[in-house]
Design a protein around this ligand. Structure first.
Ligand code: C2O
Ligand code: CU
Ligand code: CU
Length: 482
């Protein structure tokens, strides 16, 4: 085990003290007033969403979006969910497959579906966010994954402009796994999907509505959930290698994942696969995913460390920090197993740093007074989202460099559909291995450069801030590739 790090010092200085005790009593204490229902569920084994796997090149599923009474954090709650769960089922597919989803809308309001991060067509009944499915209606989506689709962890959620934050916050999300090909498969004892989300429930177990201030800052729920549970327990035997596919499905919360007392071996973020490397922690903005290898050696805790997201109102004190929380516990017991086989070398990722750049664009993300209803406005290049306007029109088959400029005092995690982005400025631009993301955090008052290869598909889709409250407020634009 590694020496006690900076992290440990942090915990001992703050509210983490109880967290390091890891006993039921310690947890209950730390949870304070909302302890009753939550404490009852701590110590329960991790539950995983139902897994639906493709066969013969196809996965056909029906996702029914509906309000339902479910167990959330150990207590009964009225939430939104796909099928019978929060999260919805995990969709397991392979490169080259067709994923067919019948979305049935049993909600009181319109919805739709987005497959976040999948490299698929945005047109027709593909990953088309301009589709709207009315209450009582259904829609048949078909997503054809190319044969060279990057393996990795992806996810699905509604994308109907204006109600995305409310619907995701209330429970509509699920994971998608694109399996490794045989040659890159990582030997591990156990693979787990950990969908991290947050929600706030009132005394009656209903999702609490949020204030205008919450929307401006980007709401964070009082409960942080892993697969709908509070602080579940993962059990392993000494020496086992666990592979955790973590999805940040929170509406606005940033995660800074760390395992107490040991490094994380980082295999991928989004579709960006790496030769695994040891890191102390990994930051996931809303929408990002991480593929982590964790060596089970001793009982420990998966936590998220504080992340500063800036200040919503210029000059008005009080920044927004996604706070520290214990997410799950790893309990190691039983007979030791042999060391796992080494991770095979991963294929060299594409690198656009030497590519010919056909066009350079700057996109300016801003916040200002005078938004709709007199609140804060959220804009890109001074304009709020308009589905009928094309904001960027790259030529198919070209590589572009986009400078994402954030003039506001808050961070904005910038997401582009269909085409992954390679971060080429700052520390990431100097890495030996290219840094690929589909959500790129752009800190307050800073800029990040990315390169994008607009190949594979043509069509119209969106880019936006993945603090979903900001997206709903207008921080989204349309890109049409043709
Ligand atoms: Cu995860 Cu456009 O969304
Ligand atoms: Cu997306
Ligand atoms: Cu934002």
């Amino acid at each position: 085990m590694r020496p006690i790090s900076r992290r440990r010092t942090l915990q001992l200085g703050g509210l983490g003290v109880a967290g390091t005790v890891v006993g039921g009593a310690g947890l209950a204490q730390q949870l304070g007033s909302r302890a009753t229902s939550v404490a009852a569920s701590t110590g329960v084994p991790l539950r995983e969403p139902q897994v639906l796997r493709s066969s013969d090149g196809e996965l056909r599923v029906t996702l029914q979006a509906a309000e339902q009474r479910l167990e959330v954090a150990g207590a009964s709650a009225t939430v939104l969910g796909y099928n019978d769960g929060l999260p919805g089922p995990t969709l397991h597919v392979r490169p080259g497959d067709v994923l067919r989803v019948r979305l049935q809308n049993r909600l009181a309001r319109a919805t739709n579906l987005h497959v976040h991060g999948l490299v698929v067509s945005p047109e027709g009944n593909g990953d088309n966010v301009f589709v709207s499915v009315d209450p009582g209606e259904s829609f048949d989506y078909a997503y054809r994954l190319p044969d060279d689709h990057p393996p990795g962890t992806y996810w699905y959620h509604p994308h109907l402009h204006g109600s995305v934050a409310d619907q995701v916050f209330a429970g509509l999300y699920g994971a998608i796994v694109v399996a490794d090909g045989g040659e890159v498969a990582v030997p591990s004892a156990r693979e787990r999907v950990l969908v991290v989300s947050d929600i706030t429930l009132d005394g009656g177990g209903r999702v609490r509505s949020v204030s205008a201030m919450d929307r401006m800052a980007g709401r964070e729920g009082e409960l942080v959930l892993v697969n709908g549970q509070a602080r579940p327990v993962l059990s392993a035997r000494p020496g086992e290698r666990e592979r955790w596919r973590v999805v940040n499905a929170c509406t606005s919360r940033y995660l800074r994942l760390a395992v107490d007392g040991q490094p994380l071996s980082l295999l991928a973020v989004d579709s960006g696969r790496l030769t695994p490397r040891d890191v102390d922690d990994v930051v996931l903005a809303p929408g990002n995913r991480a593929d982590l290898l964790v060596a089970a050696s001793t009982n420990t805790v998966l936590r998220t460390l504080p992340v500063d997201r800036g200040t919503p109102m210029m000059g008005a004190g009080g920044g927004v920090t996604s706070p520290e929380e214990v997410l799950a516990r790893l309990e190691v017991s039983g007979g030791a197993v042999d060391d796992p086989a080494p991770v095979p070398p991963q294929p060299e990722p594409r690198d656009l740093r030497g590519a010919d750049v056909a066009a350079r664009r700057e996109l300016v993300f801003s916040m200002g007074m005078g938004g709709m209803g007199g609140g804060m406005s959220f804009a890109i290049d001074g304009r709020e989202f308009d589905a009928d306007r094309v904001d960027q029109a790259p030529a198919a088959g070209t590589v572009e460099e986009w400078t994402l400029t954030n003039t506001s005092p808050m961070n904005h995690p910038v997401h582009l559909h269909v085409w992954p982005m390679q971060v080429v400025s700052g520390a990431a631009g100097d890495e030996a291995e290219p840094t690929w993301r589909d959500v790129v955090d752009v800190p307050a008052r800073s800029r990040v450069q990315v390169r994008i290869a607009f190949d594979g598909f043509t069509g119209r889709t969106v880019y936006h801030c993945h603090v979903l409250d900001h997206e709903d407020a207008g921080m989204m634009g349309v890109v049409e590739v043709g």
